[in-house]
Design a binder for this molecule. Structure first.
Ligand code: PAF
Length: 278
C-alpha cells in the first residue's frame, strides 16, 4: 500500500495507473476509521481497479468552537486497517499541502441553498468547507468514482450537486449507513458519549424509525409526527437541533413520495445525526 503525503508524488504515482486504463476510486475520510469507513472501501473495491483513501482532518469544515483540535486522530491504526483491506494508496496530506495559503482561503466552493439549511444552519460555513476540500481532493486525485456514506445525507446531496453543477466527470456512490447492533449509526463522534449516554443514543434512530413506519402506514400529518418525536428526544435527554420530514432530493417541504427524515441532536458532548429514506 502506497502512503503519500504530497500532491506532486500522488499525481506522479497515478499517471501510470491511469495510463494502464484502471478505474480509480476515491474514498475521502477524516481518519479515525470505523466499520462504516471500511464498508465504503469494500463497496468501492467491487466497482474500481485502484482505490485511493484520503485521510485529512479538514479545518475549514469545522465551525468556530467545534472539535477540530480534539477530533480523534488515529493514523497508525487507520493505516493497518487499510492495509488489511488491500487499499492501493493512502493520501494523507498535512494542512499546508491542501491549504498553502493558511487561513486566508482564496477560492472556495459554495452549493447554494443546501448549504444554509439544517446542518448548514447550525454549522454555518461547514458545507462550504466540505465542498471546497472535496473539490480539491477530486482535482488532486481525479478519480472516476468516489463514495460517501449516506449517514451524512445532506453532505451527500451537497457533493452530488457540486459534481453536477461543476460538470465534474466523477460518479458519486452513496453507501448505506453502518449501525451498531442497537441501531446507533456508526460515527467517530460516538466516542464522545459517556457510558450512560451511549445507552440512550439509539433512541434517535428508534424515533425516526417509528416516524418512518407511521408514514408508511398512511400518517400524513408530518408536523404532528415531528413534534412528537422532538418531545420524545427531549424527554430522553437529547437537545434536538432539527428533526424534519422532507423531500429526499431537495430537503424542501415533502410534497410527494420521495421522503427523507433527517435529524440532528446533541447528547452530552456528542452531536449525533441520522436519517431514514422512507
Ligand atoms: O465525511 C467526512 O468524513 C468529511 O466531511 C469528508 C467528506 C472527508 C470531507 O472532509
Amino acid at each position: 500500500m502506497e502512503q503519500i503525503r504530497s500532491i506532486r508524488s500522488l499525481r506522479e504515482q497515478l499517471v501510470s495507473v491511469r495510463r494502464s486504463g484502471k478505474k480509480i476510486a476515491l474514498v475521502p475520510t477524516m481518519g479515525n476509521l470505523h466499520e462504516g469507513h471500511l464498508s465504503l472501501v469494500k463497496q468501492v473495491q467491487k466497482c474500481a481497479d485502484y482505490v485511493v483513501v484520503s485521510i485529512f482532518v479538514n479545518p475549514t469544515q469545522f465551525v468556530e468552537g467545534e472539535d477540530f483540535g480534539n477530533y480523534p486522530r488515529t493514523l497508525e491504526s487507520d493505516l493497518i486497517k487499510l492495509e488489511n483491506l488491500n487499499v492501493d494508496l493512502v493520501f494523507m496530506p498535512d494542512g499546508n499541502e491542501i491549504y498553502p495559503e493558511g487561513n486566508n482561503v482564496i477560492a472556495e466552493v459554495t452549493v447554494s441553498e443546501l448549504e444554509s439549511i439544517y446542518c448548514g444552519e447550525f454549522r454555518p460555513g461547514h458545507f462550504k468547507g466540505v465542498a471546497t476540500v472535496v473539490t480539491k481532493l477530486f482535482n488532486i486525485v481525479q478519480p472516476d468514482l468516489a463514495i460517501f456514506g449516506k449517514k451524512d445525507y445532506q453532505q451527500l446531496l451537497v457533493i452530488r450537486s457540486l459534481v453536477e453543477n461543476l460538470n465534474l466527470p466523477i460518479e458519486i456512490m452513496g453507501s448505506a449507513t453502518m449501525r451498531e447492533e442497537d441501531g446507533l449509526a456508526m460515527s467517530s463522534r460516538n466516542q464522545y458519549l459517556t457510558e450512560s449516554e451511549r445507552q440512550q443514543a439509539p433512541i434517535l434512530y428508534k424515533c425516526i424509525s417509528e416516524m418512518a413506519s407511521a408514514i408508511k402506514n398512511g400518517e400524513s400529518d408530518y408536523e404532528k409526527l415531528e413534534k412528537a418525536a422532538v418531545s420524545s428526544l427531549k424527554k430522553a435527554g437529547f437537545k434536538p437541533e432539527y428533526l424534519s420530514i422532507c423531500d429526499s432530493e431537495t430537503l424542501k417541504v415533502a410534497k410527494n413520495q420521495k421522503i427523507v427524515i433527517i435529524a440532528a441532536a446533541w447528547l452530552g458532548k456528542a452531536r449525533l445525526i441520522d436519517n431514514i429514506v422512507v
